[in-house]
Design a protein around this ligand. Structure first.
Ligand code: FMN
Length: 331
């Protein structure tokens, strides 16, 4: 069950991608996701070539399963260097985030036999990446953690599915078996999750981050340019709230720069209890426990299989719980 074209394309057991997460999960998380049958993806944003090489070696020490490397096209030099390292080291899958890496880079990766999967926030961007020859797209809605557009997952995924011929995965707001199943109903052939994977034993969160994730409500994220200059959905912290407050009252560029510097300099706390600035999606509100990656994936798939069997009767209104027909997280 749930074996789709994306499993064959990427050589993975389950149609579950772990979205690359700068500051959210590195070698341990990537290896754990791939080892559990999904696709772990290493982040590279803001890192050096040396770090990427060390990370790739680290994942390979921990698993023989396929994993991917994420390229964030933040500049031609960085994008090309990252692509060249992936080719040299025989990485089988590259995902791209936020922007178009450029047709030449996609072509070079493809000629080296690398599968390319692009995360896209609009139909237009999906069409462009299909035209450049990528193998699949991840339609990522505005509720996602990290860089976001403005269209939500529910309307975005089916519109992308209708617009392109390549496989489409869904991302943004998926955190349990119900979201997983919903992605298939929207026409996707798999999912990408980020935020939910942060609440795992293998992620890179410090104690503050884990406690914060478990306590968050669905309204505790905020979209801000304070982190990278582009729109990023983050955990709402006092530093980011101050920046956004200043934006709302029309503060001048110098003040905004100063407030953004405060956000960026407190991005990675040194101590376990330090408040960090971290991207996170709205799905954080439904995370109630930290589990191992393997437990997360296996429970999600088992629950999705059970829910899929019940769906016909739920849809016909034949299941009557206290609130009417419902699929609850504990079901
Ligand atoms: C902490 C964090 C860091 C992220 N960093 C990156 C990144 O470096 N590159 C990228 O393409 N996407 C990045 N993302 C987006 C994720 O890969 C993924 O697409 C997104 O989290 C999916 O939405 P969800 O959070 O609702 O599951 C990041 C997300 C989070 C939460």
């Amino acid at each position: 069950m749930f074996h789709t074209v994306i499993c064959d394309l990427l050589g993975i057991r389950y149609p579950i991608l772990q979205g690359a997460m700068q500051g959210g999960g590195g070698v341990e998380l990537v290896a754990a996701v791939s080892d559990a049958g999904g696709l772990g993806v290493l982040p590279t944003f803001g890192g050096t070539d040396q770090k990427l090489r060390a990370d790739i070696a680290g994942v390979r020490e921990r698993t023989g399963k396929p994993f991917g490397v994420n390229i964030m096209p933040m500049g031609r030099g960085i994008t090309e260097r990252c692509a060249a390292t992936c080719i040299e080291l025989g990485i089988p899958i590259v995902t791209t985030g936020r922007a178009d890496p450029g047709e030449a880079v996609v072509r070079r990766l493809k000629m080296a036999g690398i599968k390319v999967v692009s995360v896209i926030p609009t139909v237009e961007h999906a069409r462009r990446m299909e035209g450049e020859g990528v193998d699949a797209v991840v339609a990522s809605g505005a509720e996602a953690g990290g860089h976001v557009g403005t269209v939500s997952t529910l309307p975005l995924v089916p519109q992308v599915v209708d617009a392109v011929k390549i496989p489409v995965l869904a991302a943004g707001g998926i955190g349990d078996a119900r979201g997983f199943l919903a992605a298939f109903a929207l026409g996707a052939v798999g999912i990408q999750m980020g935020t939910r994977f942060m609440a795992t034993v293998e992620s890179d969160l410090n104690d503050w981050g884990r406690d914060r994730l478990l306590a968050m409500r669905e309204t505790d994220t905020i979209v801000t340019r304070a982190m990278t200059g582009a729109t990023v959905r983050c955990i709402r912290t006092p530093e980011i709230a101050a920046y956004e407050g200043a934006v709302a009252r029309g503060a001048d560029a110098a003040e905004l720069k100063d407030l953004a510097t405060r956000v960026r300099s407190s991005r990675y706390g040194e101590n376990k209890s330090d408040r960090r600035q971290s991207a996170a999606g709205q799905v954080a509100g439904m995370i109630s426990e930290v589990v191992s990656v393997r437990d997360l994936i296996e429970r999600m798939l088992a629950q999705a299989a059970r829910l899929a069997e019940r769906l016909p009767s739920v849809a016909k209104g034949q299941e009557r719980g206290p609130g009417g027909p419902a699929l609850r997280q504990r079901d």
